[in-house]
Write a new protein. Structure first.
Length: 350
């Protein structure tokens, strides 16, 4: 052996042996079966024994082998989430709700954002999640994609789709966009406003389209004039730009904004233009973000129950994994109007 080879042999790190379940069992003074039950969260282990096993795991740095557990139990206990972005309030709160509901059921989640979703990118995301070993997938794609005839998800995949017009092909959990919009528009009309203007979300968004259609239908049902649609991109900045346009419309006394962030921008624009809310213009948002009550004035808005959306997504996933009957079509989560100080009857001169 040459000198360089001898030096390399001396400096080569020794292979570290993986801590086994048997090692944990020996240190804890219990059987390997008990360690397995603690590792998998099974009931029926005395609490003092459980703590003893957990302490041994911590001391040895033991980590269960996920692949081995999947082979034994037939499950990775992980749910993949494919989503178009983590920017909008709705997506963030939906993912948060899914994560909490999954954790309560003993599952973890793996996030895979897909920017500018296309058929190819969605398929690629499924392939990637397959490599990451997940049991099922929740898809949160904002734009119209899954309702296109050319788009198909992998056959046999356990899939739940959130807020998308995916038809009867997939299990869908959706906020009742139409009824929430109806409540907002009728609230403003019942206050005496002659019509309701609308700041919509992005044109390609499913939620935006559903809310715009429902706004238009609510006005027509009450035989009211349907104003032109102003469009934003869910941000407060785009709402501000739309609000400046609305401030120049003397006939505008009521506005339904497709989300609370854009409504915040509308409020600022109206204030800067000298149009008082709600004395001159009433504003209603959609989402009921935690800060909505802290807007000036506090925002009347449509409340979405994101916690229930997340719970139902996980429930539907588990029903599929357990081969249980899953309700056909979309499961709609009810919305409700939260009335605060940003709405009032119109000025007496209108």
């Amino acid at each position: 052996m040459t000198v360089p080879e001898q030096a390399q042999q001396r400096t080569r790190p020794e292979r570290v042996r993986r801590v086994s379940m048997a090692d944990v069992a020996k240190l804890a003074g219990v059987s390997s079966q008990t360690v397995s039950r603690v590792s998998n969260g099974h009931a029926g282990v005395v609490e003092s024994t459980r703590q003893q096993v957990l302490a041994a795991m911590s001391e040895l740095g033991y980590r269960p082998n996920g692949a081995a557990r999947a082979l034994k139990w037939g499950s990775f206990r992980t749910i993949g989430v494919i989503l178009s972005n983590l920017v909008t309030t709705g997506n963030v709160r939906t993912v948060d709700a899914i994560a909490h509901s999954a954790a309560e059921a003993g599952y973890a989640i793996t996030l895979l954002p897909v920017t500018a979703p296309t058929q190819e990118r969605v398929r690629g995301a499924f392939t990637r999640l397959g490599e990451l070993a997940v049991d099922a997938v929740v898809v949160i794609i904002e734009n119209h994609l899954l309702d296109a005839a050319t788009v198909t998800l992998p056959p046999g995949a356990k899939v739940v789709v959130v807020d998308s017009d995916a038809g009867e092909h997939y299990t869908v959990v959706d906020t009742d966009q139409a009824d929430g919009t109806r409540q907002a528009v009728e609230h403003l009309l019942d206050l005496g406003h002659r019509t309701v203007w609308h700041v919509a979300g992005p044109e390609g968004s499913y939620a935006s389209g559903r809310r715009t259609d429902a706004w238009r239908e609510a006005l027509r049902r009450r035989r009211k004039r349907v104003p032109r649609v102003l469009r934003g991109d869910w941000t407060a900045e785009s709402g501000y730009a739309a609000g400046l346009e609305l401030a120049r419309e003397p006939s505008c006394t009521a506005v339904f904004v497709a989300n609370d962030q854009m409504a915040l921008g509308v409020l600022r624009a109206l204030h800067e233009a000298g149009r008082h809310v709600p004395e001159d213009v009433s504003v209603v948002g959609f989402d009921d973000v935690p800060d909505a009550a802290g807007y000036f004035p506090p925002l009347t808005t449509v409340h979405q129950d994101f916690t229930e959306v997340g719970r139902l997504c996980v429930e539907r996933v588990l029903q599929q994994l357990h081969d249980e009957d899953v309700p056909s079509g979309a499961t709609l989560v009810a919305t409700r109007l939260v009335v605060r100080s940003s709405t009032a009857p119109p000025p007496a001169t209108t």
